[in-house]
Write a protein that binds this ligand. Structure first.
Ligand SMILES: Cc1ncc(COP(=O)(O)O)c(C=O)c1O
Length: 402
């Protein structure tokens, strides 16, 4: 009992920061240069430093920082020429942004079901969705778990499709020795408040293609070209720029990241051993070929019949009421109101989509619908704890069985 009380108080909270972040922000304020601007005019020191450091960490040639992970996907798709009438294949099990960014380009997301064990896009189900309108794929490395990128890239090459990896959960993940985000044409990241690297909001796009990087930069900065006159706008672009405040915090957080990443990784492996030993619990299985897993959320699936036919809501409420921070997983995209009711952009014909009205029935997305009905997740910061607390979590879940 004493340990239970202790556990309630002591799971880490997020974000983790100290004086270093406060000093970095104070320095930006005092510098008088609060924005990053175009490199030829106002060289935002923090943004340019972060881009370099993050590209290095992710082992990519280029990084363009933007103000969130949603516009990062939009910007990458626009730079790759995706637009009106194009279809883009997206995992059905993800945050809405993976698909709303596609909608923002006037293209049509097409949802693909997941693998029941790894919980990421089932690559075997991609090819049947490809037709002459298909122009891109957005694989999502859910919870840091990589999609089978070698097989997906083979399919993309065969059909001449662009690939934007949504790495919003996959900072530090590696598949078959290569960083997530460096398999596709571009990889996008989020630094939103719950993410493992955060400034409250923020995003980035990485790519090994220099020309594409310049185009992404241009689209993110009002259609400017690097080192050209400030009021020359060469193409359609918007203002997706990251601010100096965001970058100042990210530069400090990036220094903390490798150690946190290692601890999360070790603890996730330990917790998975404990939880998988419970009859009725199955944790997300790392995709075979994963060489480093940058855990973000930690999803797991339970069998209701082993827990007295408990509902998912009761399951995570019981854990929360007992001091174990637990959340619902993402509702599959096909059933979200905006897709079910086809209430998206004016003037766009969504009739070819595999969602909307009765097409949005769960029966058309059987794996993800079943998994969603009985899966919950722990937040990433819970993994920054000690092994005895993880033992207690496993013991508590075992004790919920009926
Ligand atoms: C998988 C996924 N993609 C994209 C995003 C969008 O990122 P942001 O919130 O930074 O716009 C998020 C999270 O917020 C996400 O979880």
């Amino acid at each position: 009992m004493a340990f239970e009380q202790e556990a309630k108080k002591n799971f880490p909270t997020w974000p983790i920061y100290d004086e270093a972040e406060i000093e970095a922000l104070a320095e930006v304020i005092k510098s008088g240069n609060w924005w990053c601007g175009s490199p030829s005019v106002h060289k935002g020191e923090n943004v340019w430093k972060f881009q370099e450091a993050f590209a290095k960490y992710q082992e990519a040639k280029n990084c363009v920082a933007v103000f969130n992970g949603t516009v990062a996907i939009e910007c990458a798709l626009l730079a790759l020429g995706i637009g009106l009438g194009d279809e883009v294949i997206v995992s059905d099990y993800t945050f809405v942004a993976s698909a709303s960014a596609v909608v923002a380009t006037n293209a049509i997301p097409i949802f693909v079901d997941i693998d029941p064990e790894t919980l990421v896009m089932d690559v075997d189900k991609v090819e049947p969705l490809i037709n002459e309108k298909t122009k891109a794929i957005v694989p999502v490395h859910l919870g840091g778990n990589p999609v089978e990128m070698d097989r997906l890239m083979e399919i993309a090459e065969k059909h001449d499709l662009k690939v934007v990896e949504d790495c919003s959960h996959a900072h530090g993940s590696r598949y078959k020795g290569k960083r997530a985000g460096t398999w596709g044409h571009a990889g996008t990241f989020s630094f939103q408040a719950s993410k493992v690297l955060t400034a409250g909001e923020g995003g980035a796009i990485i790519t090994n293609d220099d020309e594409l990087a310049d185009l992404i930069y241009s689209i993110s900065d009002c259609g400017r070209n690097k080192n050209e006159y400030f009021y020359k706008h060469f193409r359609y672009g918007s203002n997706f720029r990251m601010s100096e405040y965001q970058a100042a915090v990210l530069n400090v957080q990036l220094k903390r990241f490798p150690q946190q990443h290692e601890l999360r990784n070790q603890n996730a492996r330990y917790l998975s051993q404990k939880l998988n030993a419970i009859n009725g619990i199955r944790t997300m299985k790392p995709t075979p070929g994963t060489t480093e897993l940058g855990w973000y959320v930690y999803p797991f699936v339970f069998e209701p019949e082993k827990f007295g036919n408990i509902t998912k809501e009761q399951f995570y409420k019981t854990l929360n009421d007992n001091g174990i921070p637990t959340d619902d997983c993402y509702p599959p995209l096909h059933g979200l109101d905006c897709f079910k009711n086809v209430d998206l952009r004016k003037g766009i014909d969504y009739s070819s989509a595999n969602w909307g009205g009765s097409k949005s029935n769960d029966a058309n997305f059987p794996v993800v619908s079943d998994i969603y009905s009985r899966s919950v997740e722990f937040p990433q910061e819970m993994l920054l704890t000690s092994k005895d607390k993880l033992d207690w979590v496993a013991q508590f879940i075992e004790s919920m069985k009926k």
